[in-house]
Design a protein around this ligand. Structure first.
Ligand SMILES: [Zn+2]
Length: 300
């Protein structure tokens, strides 16, 4: 993919090199509370339990869940330092997504608004908690921000054999796809299902949403290639598809636990992820992706 010399987004913040927050301040607070709990009287204990149940039920916060790229198992990893080439690359990718989606959504009569990106290293503060690089890249609907530690790209290369700048473009476009779903109202739907449907049903809905993000990444590639001069190079689409396959639920589960539990899938199989990316790329048509919500689950 050719990317040098194109516009850079102004919605990218580079937090690498900033002080890294401790992994969880709330753990310490919980420890203090637990200590108090065990030392308190029976009546106080009961009151604390009631308050805790109330708080858990009503204050889980709207749209605070993170919409990640895959079910990658947490791994410890080393981190590359400040890398301006990486910041330039990600800023161009964000700008490309801004250009493409402004046009595509306008044709649907939808008003586009830009997403933000925060590049960080190891850990960073997010509203209501701390992001950890081991979670992989994700989109946070609460502040419409994509969080990414670029060391994830090295992990993709080394652990999953998914290399190339277009594999990385696919990752950014998938997360941007979640932002487009947020504008289209698809994430809110998933959010309202949390806790109201069975785990299995929720997971199936999650798979539809994740496959649509892969589809939207394909739609991005289709329109970017028509918009920018010499965008795609030979082998780019294959790079993205190899990457989509590498992070399929079945492949990741097979690698980490040696077996596959289909009901626990949240992102779709390797085959499904590559299929829907390609479908988005060949059609470039948002309507095709809406089929993900009408097709029976077994036919995705
Ligand atoms: Zn995702």
């Amino acid at each position: 993919m050719k990317w040098r010399g194109r516009r850079k987004s102004t919605h990218v913040t580079d937090r690498r090199g900033e002080a890294i927050p401790r992994s969880s301040g709330s753990n310490a607070a919980a420890g203090l509370l637990l200590g108090f709990f065990f030392r308190s009287s029976r009546k106080t204990k009961l009151a604390i339990i009631l308050v805790a149940i109330f708080a858990f039920t009503f204050f889980r916060g709207p749209m605070m869940e993170m919409i990640g790229l895959s079910e990658l198992a947490p791994t410890e990893q080393s981190h590359s330092g400040q890398n301006d080439e990486m910041r330039d690359y990600l800023s161009v990718m964000m700008a490309d997504n801004e250009t493409v989606w402004t046009n595509v959504l306008a044709k649907q009569g939808l008003r586009y608004r830009p997403a933000n990106m925060i590049i960080y290293s190891q850990r960073t503060q997010i509203p209501g908690g701390i992001a950890d690089a081991r979670m992989g890249p994700f989109y946070l609907p609460a502040n419409e921000t994509i969080y990414i530690d670029p060391s994830f790209f090295s992990e993709l290369k080394e652990k999953f054999g998914a290399k190339g700048d277009f594999a990385e473009a696919y990752v950014v476009a998938h997360e941007y796809g979640h932002h487009i779903q947020n504008i289209m109202g698809r994430l809110q739907e998933l959010h309202t299902q949390r806790g109201t449907v069975s785990k299995k049903e929720y997971n199936q809905h999650s798979v539809r949403v994740e496959l649509q993000a892969d589809f939207l990444a394909g739609v991005f590639a289709h329109h970017a290639n028509n918009t920018f001069k010499e965008f795609l190079e030979a082998g780019d689409i294959e790079e993205a598809m190899r990457c989509a396959e590498a992070i399929g639920d079945d492949r990741l589960q097979q690698q980490s636990q040696g077996s596959v539990v289909r009901d626990s899938f949240t992102h779709g199989t390797s085959k499904q992820r590559a299929y829907w990316f390609q479908k988005g790329y060949t059609t470039g048509d948002l309507k095709e992706g809406e089929k993900l919500y009408t097709l029976p689950y077994s036919q995705l």
